[in-house]
Design a protein around this ligand. Structure first.
Ligand code: GLY
Ligand code: MN
Ligand code: MN
Length: 477
């Protein structure tokens, strides 16, 4: 047996063993409903609900709705994506679901007391024929750890004595929910029921407080969450490296995007965390450019802001590359400024620092440099070229909720300063069409910050070497 072959047999065996072990640790087994064995365990979701309950005001209930199914056109829907809050508190990923959490035990119809319940859509043969296995009560119980699960076909599922609670808390209600006239137990119908039950003045609803409580919980990542977030960041780092090695003049933005997304999906990503931003030359100056259709030319910069989503958790990484493998003088000058600003921002990611500290440091460096180069004439002018903040929380949402209070251990934030100088800007035209952003994902700890995406090179010399070596190798073939 060749040693590489023996190695791959051993590797396959070890990977199998790892899967089995994690299935054992998480208490999850592959079933036709769910194939992954490293999903967040039910105990995590149960614990999240308990933490939420502890923060609810007396005599209140909190209600979370699933995301609606969005129609794309005619009879084709967009790929379904669960609402991150419903997922966080239940692990449930199918549509047409509602989670209800009581502050105090509630006397259930059976005569027993419950502290929470989950409403799910009853499986039906017709939908299962087209879109696959739907969750049963047992499946939902296993995923969520919730012991009271009811089908939405139960006519009393949302008929609660709302006026007896001091507060009925919910987040912004789902908008634009489609009404499937053939099904009377879908999200549309449940939402209508909820609205009519809570319409009387005697019911005190609140759609603000819950948002604050949820943000305070979600901003602190547990070890289980960090494991998944790290995985999505690591696969994104690997895919970004593959894009650096693949980039060539003559390629299109979408070809580079395809290399990156292939890198995500073949490593197990279920989605992208947000639409991939692959902008060359003038498009590097569009902050959230998504068209990705242009051909790359030697001398262009290519800004790649892309992150995988793994079990709901999103990476968010940006690198800016010289398509030919060498930065021009102007590109290098601005790149070094952004890098210096980013490194200063990362150094400020210390527990206890104001959330804004990384931005203030990054902004100061960029501001001084742009004023010195004569690109900007004053601070307002600097904002024209650096028009966004430096950090946001990262997690289930790429722009995750948080309280924007001083940084705390267990938070993950991005550090992503940039300089963007579109053509026509009031400065020397030699700077035009240069857009640079450098973005890493940073874990706040009790000590120094941990750059979770830190394995992805970002120095000009490193990036140039990777691109040049790859381009030379492919020419030699
Ligand atoms: N990818 C969006 C952002 O960096 O905030
Ligand atoms: Mn970001
Ligand atoms: Mn980004």
């Amino acid at each position: 047996m060749k040693s590489s072959c023996r190695f791959s047999v051993i590797l396959t065996f070890l990977l199998g063993l790892t899967n089995l072990l994690s299935a054992f640790v998480y208490g999850q087994l592959v079933t036709p409903y769910q194939y992954d064995v490293d999903l967040l365990p039910a105990s995590f979701h149960r614990q999240r609900r308990d933490s939420l309950r502890a923060q609810l005001p007396d005599s209140s209930i909190a209600i979370f709705f699933s995301n609606p199914i969005r129609n794309r056109s005619n009879d084709v829907d967009y790929v379904y994506h669960q609402d991150p809050n419903l997922y966080y508190f239940s692990g449930f990923r199918d549509p047409n679901a509602i989670l209800v959490i009581f502050k105090e035990p509630f006397l259930w119809y059976s005569g027993s007391k419950v502290t929470e319940f989950l409403i799910i859509q009853p499986p039906n043969v017709k939908d299962e024929l087209w879109t696959g296995r739907m969750a049963t009560i047992e499946d939902a119980e296993k995923v969520s750890g919730c012991t009271t699960i009811i089908y939405s076909s139960d006519s009393s599922c949302l008929n609660l004595p709302y006026a007896t609670f001091k507060k009925v808390l919910h987040l912004r209600l789902p908008q634009g929910v489609a009404n499937n006239k053939n099904d009377h137990h879908e999200l549309f119908d449940l939402l209508e029921q909820f609205k009519s039950f809570t319409a009387p003045d005697s019911v005190k609803t609140d759609d603000y407080l819950l948002q604050k409580i949820v943000a305070r919980l979600r901003q602190l990542k547990s070890p289980e969450e960090l494991q998944l977030l790290t995985k999505s960041i690591e696969m994104s780092v690997a895919a970004h490296l593959e894009m650096m090695q693949a980039v060539r003049p003559g390629m299109t933005e979408y070809e580079v995007e395809a290399v990156g997304e292939f890198g995500f999906y073949r490593r197990g990503a279920e989605d992208v965390g947000y639409p991939s931003i692959c902008g060359s030359n003038e498009n590097s100056c569009t902050l959230h450019y998504q068209k990705n259709r242009k051909t790359l030319h030697a001398g262009d910069l290519l800004l790649l802001d892309m992150g995988a989503e793994y079990h709901g958790y999103s990476a968010d990484i940006t690198r800016t590359l010289p398509v030919s493998g060498t930065f021009t003088v102007q590109q290098r000058t601005l790149y070094e400024i952004v890098l210096k600003a980013q490194e200063a921002g990362i150094r400020d990611c210390i527990a206890g620092n104001e959330f804004k500290n990384p931005h203030k440091s990054a902004f100061r460096i960029i501001s001084e440099a742009l004023l010195k180069l004569g690109i900007a004439s004053d601070e307002d002018d600097v904002r024209r070229y650096f028009p966004h903040g430096t950090s946001h929380y990262l997690g289930l949402d790429v722009h995750d909720p948080g309280d924007y209070q001083p940084l705390q251990p267990g938070q993950v934030i991005t550090v992503e300063p940039g300089i963007y100088i579109p053509a026509g800007s009031p400065c020397d035209p030699k700077w035009w069409n240069i857009g640079i952003r450098i973005e890493d994902d940073v874990l706040i700890t009790d000590n120094l910050p941990v750059v979770l995406s830190g394995n992805l090179p970002k120095k000009t010399s490193e990036i140039e070497k990777i691109i040049q070596d790859a381009q030379q190798n492919s020419r030699g073939k």
